[in-house]
Design a protein around this ligand. Structure first.
Ligand SMILES: [Fe+2]
Ligand SMILES: [Fe+2]
Length: 208
C-alpha cells in the first residue's frame, strides 16, 4: 500500500473513534474510557510511524517543505502531551471530557493540514515506487511501534528509532497488564453474577 493511502486510512480510523466518542453521553463512562484507550493507542502508533519513516523521508527529498514538517512535529508533540494525560485518567475526572475535546480539535486541525497541504506535495514530488516503499516501511514500523504516548522521547532520527524500540517493549508489557486486569475484573463480575443467580434460585425453590 502506498504511504499516503496507509496514513489517510489511519486518519479515518481515528476520526471514526472521535465521532463515536462525541456521540456518547457523559453517563457512558465505560464506553468513553474504552474509546479513549483506543484513541491513545491509535494516535501513539500513528504519530511514531510518521516521525520514524515519513517525516524523515520528506525532509530528505523535499527540503522546501521543511517548515511544514517542523510544524507537524510540534503538533504531534502537543498531542502526545495531552494523550499522556488522558492515558490512565479516570473518565469521571472533571477534566477528562475537556482534555479529549481539545485533543480532537488539535488532531483534526493537524490531519487537515497533512491531507490538504503536506500529502499532496509529497504525492506530487515522489514516484509511485517511492511512495510504495515508504508505505512498506511504515507498515514495518507499525509492528514494533510504541503503543503509548512518550512526549519526552526524541521524535527525530536516530534518537526516536533507538528510544522507540525500548518504549514499545515497555508499552506492550503495560498493555498486557491492563488486559489481564480487565480480564480479572470480568471473571470476578461473572462469579458474582453466578453466585447471585444461585442464591435467587435457591430462594425460589425453598419458596422464600
Ligand atoms: Fe502527523
Ligand atoms: Fe497523520
Amino acid at each position: 500500500m502506498d504511504a499516503i493511502t496507509l496514513l489517510v486510512k489511519d486518519h479515518q480510523t481515528v476520526e471514526t473513534l472521535f465521532a463515536k466518542f462525541e456521540q456518547t453521553g457523559p453517563r457512558a463512562v465505560k464506553a468513553r474510557k474504552t474509546l479513549a484507550d483506543r484513541i491513545v493507542h491509535e494516535l501513539s502508533v500513528h504519530a511514531v510511524i510518521e516521525e520514524q519513516v515519513l517525516y524523515p523521508a520528506i525532509r530528505e527529498s523535499l527540503p522546501e517543505v521543511e517548515d511544514d514538517v517542523l510544524e507537524a512535529l510540534e503538533e504531534h508533540h502537543v498531542a502526545k502531551w495531552v494523550l499522556s494525560e488522558i492515558d490512565g485518567m479516570s473518565p469521571d475526572h472533571e477534566r477528562f471530557q475537556a482534555k479529549v475535546t481539545v485533543l480532537i480539535e488539535n488532531v483534526r486541525h493537524h490531519v487537515e493540514e497533512e491531507e490538504e497541504e503536506l500529502f499532496p506535495k509529497v504525492r506530487k514530488a515522489l514516484s509511485t515506487e517511492q511512495l510504495e516503499q515508504i508505505g512498506e516501511a511504515l507498515a514495518e514500523a507499525r509492528k514494533i511501534a510504541p503503543t503509548r504516548p512518550h512526549p519526552k522521547a526524541p521524535d527525530t532520527p536516530p534518537g526516536n528509532i533507538a528510544a522507540g524500540a525500548g518504549a514499545a517493549l515497555l508499552d506492550k508489557a503495560r498493555d498486557a497488564a491492563r488486559g489481564a486486569k480487565k480480564q480479572a475484573q470480568k471473571e470476578a463480575q461473572k462469579k458474582a453474577a453466578k453466585a447471585t443467580a444461585k442464591k435467587a434460585s435457591g430462594r425460589s425453590r425453598s419458596g422464600r
